[in-house]
Ligand binder design. Structure first.
Ligand code: 13P
Ligand code: 13P
Ligand code: MG
Ligand code: MG
Length: 371
């Protein structure tokens, strides 16, 4: 049976700053999806990660379906009214356009979708991150799908031996989708060359070369490209199908134990380590560290079983302690050097005007000529 999983997420307001949606807001969105989704959706799962609400939907209408996208958009619009009524911070923050037109791409919400023929056993992982951007997934995807040091399946499983195709997007290009397809293992160094710059080159999808089927879909939207100014971080979602032709779930999870440094944290302007957290975790310290959650599911005829919380295990408590240490270590150097993002990334904030006004005060020193 051909099934589509669509996950659409947005920040439509949060309690106490950029921390978490209110219970009433979450319930409003849930109720809207359940009631309005009757006859359109097979199943749904509504959750939050930090201040972002994600609506995961299963159906048979394919990717980019207008009715499915409109359902999510309208759920967020309905939720925004509640957020306003409660005085939540940033009510409607990610709804950047006034009227819905066709699908939510380019309107603010993040989208990851995949249509596939269900396998007899169909496990998938739903990742949601807050206080960071889509390049945050470059590192774990490279390790999980291209590096035998992380993924023994690349050596041990005949189904994985042909490697994986990476579709990588140049997210600086705003007039349409600029993408390149590269094959692991032959193009490993080209893949590495692009993925080392996660603010510009972002993995959009990954495909099994043996089976020709899709394993990964990442939401690649860049809010500052849509809004032309800083309106919050992109806070990406990702879908990963695991096992059989694809890496095992544990091979996909392992890279998150590193707590790699990503763009985000306070005012979306810092380099901070990303912390794998339990489902429905809020935000605290320095609007960071950035967090990522993982809900694991099985699916049959579009019906979801789960989620099982992939980062709710004693192992990850130790990782979280380690990431806290890394975060505090980086914060010790405040605004200096590597602690903050480059000017290129900050240019959507007020710092540009500040530099322009200071710039006027610069003067060229007249150097006296030697006699
Ligand atoms: P305000 O300037 O609206 O307080 O927003 C800043 C902010 O919360 C970004 O982190
Ligand atoms: P969000 O993108 O999660 O709203 O965060 C905004 C921010 O700047 C936090 O400091
Ligand atoms: Mg917010
Ligand atoms: Mg957020």
């Amino acid at each position: 049976m051909k099934i589509t999983i669509s996950v659409i997420k947005a920040d439509i307001g949060s309690v106490g700053g950029h921390i978490a949606p209110s219970e009433k807001l979450l319930q409003t969105v849930k109720q809207y999806v359940v009631e309005t989704g009757k006859g359109l959706l097979i199943d749904n799962y509504v959750s939050f990660t930090g201040d972002d609400i994600a609506i995961l939907m299963t159906h048979t209408h394919g990717e980019g379906n207008e009715k499915v996208h409109k359902l999510a958009w309208d759920a967020f619009v309905t939720g925004t009214a509640v957020a306003k009524s409660q005085g939540l911070y940033g009510a409607g923050q990610d709804l950047l356009k006034d009227a819905f037109s066709g699908n939510v791409h380019g309107m603010g919400p993040a989208v990851a979708e995949m249509e596939f023929e269900e396998r007899p056993g169909e496990p998938f992982l739903f990742f949601a991150a807050d206080k960071t951007d889509p390049g945050a997934y470059n590192f774990p995807l490279y390790l999980a799908f291209a590096d035998a040091m992380n993924t023994p399946g690349l050596m041990l499983s005949p189904k994985m031996a042909k490697g994986f195709k990476f579709v990588i997007m140049d997210v600086n290009h705003t007039e349409g989708d600029r993408v390149v397809e590269l094959q692991a293992p032959e193009d490993m160094y080209d893949i590495a060359t692009l993925l080392r710059d996660p603010e510009r080159y972002v993995v959009e999808s990954v495909w099994s070369r043996a089976a020709g089927t899709q394993a990964v879909s990442v939401a690649t939207s860049r809010l500052h490209n849509i809004a032309g100014k800083y309106t919050g971080k992109d806070d990406p979602v990702m879908l990963v199908r695991s096992q059989m032709d694809f890496p095992a779930t544990g091979e996909v999870l392992q890279p998150f134990a590193v707590g790699h440094f990503v763009a985000g944290g306070m005012r979306g302007s810092h380099n901070m380590p990303i912390m794998p957290v339990k489902l429905n975790t809020t935000i605290s310290y320095f609007d960071g560290p950035p967090i990522v959650s993982c809900a694991s599911f099985s699916i049959r005829n579009g019906k979801l079983t789960g989620p099982v919380d992939a980062f709710d295990h004693p192992f990850w408590d130790r990782v979280r302690d380690h990431v806290s240490d890394k975060a505090m270590e980086m914060r010790k150097q405040g605004f200096f050097g590597a602690a903050m993002l480059t000017m290129n990334e900050l240019e959507y904030t007020g710092i540009i005007e500040k530099i322009a006004s200071i710039d006027k005060k610069f003067a060229l020193r007249t150097v006296q000529k030697a006699a």
